[in-house]
Design a protein around this ligand. Structure first.
Ligand code: NAP
Ligand code: HSE
Length: 430
């Protein structure tokens, strides 16, 4: 057999230790598939004394991971630290500059700096691989970049954060508290180091930035993506959505329109019985629509040790085999600086929950504003009667431009009768 493919792993948390377990358990099969053994030479993390449940004896422990980039006994760096700046970013830059392949699961880093890093990898003729960065165990990068390379991509959209989907599912099925379920997602290794990245939609936003770059040949341009998370949603919204025949899903959507590409990351209502509506728990689901292939849906576990490490090892096997594919599926220098279509100009149906005082004239005030913005009511729910007390009123609204709906919502939110900020969500039929 030829020379081993020599790697160093920086970051030995959920994903890093998962990679060690797979490389150990499937060493022989991986060597056959890669054409040579994949051998771990060195590892690095912060705390050498921590028990990580994997055998690190025989591996070189390095306190400062930056040193790994300069070693000539290592072919590829596996960056499993995380974060768009700091140690991880420094290690990836140094490694690429030193001509070492990089495999990472770090969507934050790539969403912010992916274009520059792809240019650097290209200049050095090496691989920058990141299958694990989007949708965990679903091979969505490969699908979009290689499997659908013959197509003009029309749209890519779906459920991109396992933690949020797990929280929304558990809250609905068990009636448990948001914070209680989030804690459990953290214990299961689904959440980011800072879980506000999950629940505020930032992590899913990073992933949508990468998918749109792959789909449309644009810079990832995370900075210009408008993001709304799920932390403001309540059990009441989950309940009303169910009553109306919908599920709430945090969706990332990037779609080519005649006038440009629209991107949005926000919680939406989708029909219960739809394909996305039935994707539950930690599962992610991504639709890709190409001009020749039509629509295709990929579903799988979007977070956690096994699925994520599986994607990392698949990248390692590809590189060890000698496969070299540009990070974003085309020469980095040919990626375009994007012009995004204002999401406010797109049309959608809407769900609007209002916490209002239960008194005469309330609905008249709300409907007057909707009338002024030419927004037509499709249905309305109010349960119970509690004169003078706050009550939930839920409206569904016919198709309207997102901009008009946002303006109307702001005007309704400013009424004296309102007891909370209105909760507005798109209803997507997709
Ligand atoms: P994690 O469990 O928090 O592990 C992070 C590891 O990085 C720890 O071993 C930590 O060391 C090490 N580390 C932190 N700062 C360091 C530094 N300055 N120098 C050296 N090592 C340092 O994180 P994770 O869940 O494995 O995530 C790793 C990456 O995978 C992130 O980019 C994340 O976004 C991505 N990802 C995670 C998942 C998932 O389901 N967890 C899924 C897809 C992608 P100590 O252990 O010594 O503290
Ligand atoms: N925290 C992320 C999630 C990990 O929950 O989806 C996978 O990228």
């Amino acid at each position: 057999m030829t020379q081993p493919f020599r790697i160093a792993i920086a970051g030995l948390g959920t994903v890093g230790t998962g990679v060690i377990k797979i490389l150990e358990k499937h060493a022989a099969e991986i060597a056959l598939r890669a054409g040579r053994p994949v051998e771990i030479i060195a590892v690095s993390a912060r705390d050498k004394s921590k028990d990580r449940g994997v055998d690190l004896s025989g591996l070189d422990w390095v306190d400062d991971c930056a040193e790994l980039a300069a070693r000539d006994d290592i072919d590829a760096i596996v960056e499993m630290i995380g974060g768009s700046e700091g140690k991880a970013a420094d290690l990836v830059r140094r490694s690429l500059a030193a001509g070492k392949h990089v495999v990472t699961a770090n969507k934050a880093l790539l969403a912010h700096h992916g274009y520059g890093l792809a240019l650097l990898a290209e200049e050095k003729n090496i691989s920058l691989a990141y299958e694990a960065a989007v949708a965990g165990g679903i091979p969505i990068i490969k699908t979009l970049r290689e499997g659908f390379a013959a197509n003009e991509i029309r749209s890519v959209y779906g459920i991109l954060n396992g933690t949020c989907n797990y929280i929304l599912t558990e809250m609905r099925e068990t009636g448990r508290d948001f914070s209680d379920v989030l804690k459990e997602a953290q214990e299961k290794g689904y959440a980011e180091a800072d879980p506000s990245f999950d629940v505020d939609g930032i992590d899913a936003g990073h992933k949508l930035a990468l998918l749109s770059a792959l789909a449309f040949g644009t810079h990832p341009d995370f900075e210009n993506l408008k993001i709304t998370g799920i932390s403001h949603l309540t059990a009441t919204d989950i309940h009303f959505a169910g009553e109306l025949g919908y599920r709430i899903k945090l969706l990332g959507i990037a779609r080519r329109h005649d006038a440009g590409i629209m991107r949005t990351l926000e919680p939406c209502l989708v029909p219960k019985e739809s394909q996305l509506g039935s994707v539950e728990g930690v599962f992610n689901a991504v639709f890709i629509e190409g001009d020749f292939v039509g629509k295709s849906l990929s579903v799988g576990r979007g977070a956690g040790e096994g699925p994520t490490a599986s994607a990392v090892v698949a990248d390692l096997i590809d590189i060890a085999r000698g496969l070299r594919i540009p990070a974003f599926g085309r020469p980095a220098k040919d990626m375009a600086a994007p012009t995004w279509l204002d999401a406010g100009k797109t049309q959608s149906r809407y769900y609007l929950r209002l916490e209002v005082l239960d008194e005469p004239g309330v609905i008249a005030q709300v409907s007057a504003i909707l009338r002024d913005y030419k927004i037509s009511i499709e249905s309305m729910i109010q349960h119970g009667r509690d004169p003078g007390q706050p009550v939930s009123v839920v409206l569904t609204l016919h198709e309207v431009s997102s901009g008009a709906m946002q303006d109307a919502c702001r005007a309704i939110g400013a009424l004296d009768i309102m007891r909370e900020k209105p909760c507005l969500m798109r209803i997507e039929s997709l």
